[in-house]
Write a protein that binds this ligand. Structure first.
Ligand code: PEP
Ligand code: MN
Length: 368
């Protein structure tokens, strides 16, 4: 997919840190709470941006909905006291205007807003002619196009200090995560648009502070530029997302325990070895493609044969037998059952497509 983005160089607006840490409370609750949190989290010098939610989009009503506009000056003052830029979430044009009036340094669009192109467009219109960094969180639903679309809408009004935040996706399946990470989606976005920095929000993915270190490390290993981690001076009394907020001290320990790997190594031995291994991968991939091609030619022949003999495309017992036998073979060589089943599923879909084509082609030619 081609992206309609006009971004020359984005990463010069971001703090020059690896990883970039955005931290602060889920919600700004009082002047004192945000200031104390800022003072504590900034001690380690690892935090580069102070976050705080002012308007809280709640899934259900009657929960804490944020302190509203008055909190913007508390947030900004807390940032000033520790010399950090501040960021908050905006969900409509009024929020944008209030943030600009209070000199908020960066904005983000929340997951519940990214799903709605009308709201995103309203925010974009309010940002016309403004030079401010904007992060776009992934939409709640695992739809990469909504995410890309929101980035495009914001960029189209002239914002080119753009970032993406991966905060996981809502899922019906029970899992240990509050929001399933589905890492393949942020990876795909990075491939589509490598100039957009990707920040991971392990707090909203995990939903529980115990899981945050693991998710953070995974994000770092996937080469994301930074982490947004919710921290609170006293998480036990937090008015929102209490279970997933860490104390400033816990944040410090968590960051210190992260293993930051080198992106590249200059060592000649490493480069040679990597090149050797990559050339083997290239050969194996070529072999795989050729094998798939031979398999498809046979599938085509089977299709023709089935057609001549008036037999249906899908033969369930044969498919079940394939699944059972291939799982057995895969297990013997240490391949995961899940992987082999997904791969076979894809191959099977393609085979059905090829055979359907054979059937239809012959139908057209007999009709003629
Ligand atoms: C938040 O950052 O506090 C928040 C509400 O996040 P999300 O939009 O990812 O749910
Ligand atoms: Mn939160």
């Amino acid at each position: 997919m081609k992206l309609n983005l006009n971004i020359e160089k984005t990463d010069n607006w971001l703090p020059n840190k690896n990883p970039i840490i955005i931290s602060g409370p889920c919600s700004v609750e009082s002047e004192e709470q945000v200031l104390q949190t800022a003072l504590e989290v900034s001690k380690s010098k690892k935090v580069s941006i102070l976050r705080g939610g002012i308007w809280k989009p709640r899934t259900r009503p009657n929960s804490f909905e944020g302190v509203g506009e008055q909190g913007l000056s508390w947030l900004k003052q807390a940032g000033n006291s520790v010399g950090l830029p501040v960021a908050t979430e905006v969900a409509n044009a009024e929020h944008v205007e209030a943030c600009l009036k209070n000199n908020i340094d960066m904005l983000w669009i929340g997951a519940r807003t990214t799903v709605n192109p009308f709201s995103v467009q309203e925010i974009a219109n309010a940002l016309k002619g403004v030079d401010i960094p904007v992060f776009v969180k992934n939409p709640i639903t695992p739809d990469i196009n909504l995410w890309v679309g929101a980035l495009e809408r914001i960029n189209a009004v002239g914002i080119n200090k753009l970032g993406a935040i991966h905060r996981g996706f809502s899922s019906f399946d029970k899992s240990s995560y509050r929001n399933t990470p589905m890492w393949e989606i942020p990876i795909e976005l990075r491939l589509m648009c490598p100039q957009i920095p990707m920040i991971c929000d392990p707090s909203h993915i995990a939903g529980d502070k115990e899981l945050i270190p693991y998710v953070s490390q995974k994000a770092i290993d996937l080469d994301m530029e930074g982490l947004m981690i919710e921290s609170h001076i006293n998480p036990l009394v937090a008015k929102s997302d209490a279970k997933q907020q860490v104390t400033p001290l816990e944040l410090d320990v968590l960051i210190n325990n992260l293993i930051i790997r080198e992106k590249h190594s200059e060592s000649e031995e490493f480069i040679n070895k990597l090149e050797q291994l990559r050339s083997v991968i290239d050969e194996l991939d070529e072999e795989l493609i050729n094998k798939f091609s031979s398999r498809m030619s046979i599938i085509q022949k089977i299709g023709e044969y089935k057609h001549e003999n008036n037999v249906t495309i899908l033969q369930l017992e044969r498919w079940e037998q394939i699944l059972k036998n291939r799982s057995f073979l895969a297990d013997k060589v240490g391949l995961s059952d899940d992987f082999i089943k997904k791969m076979l599923e894809l191959v099977h879909q393609e085979s059905i497509r090829v055979q359907t084509q054979v059937m239809n082609k012959s139908r057209v030619s007999t009709d003629n």
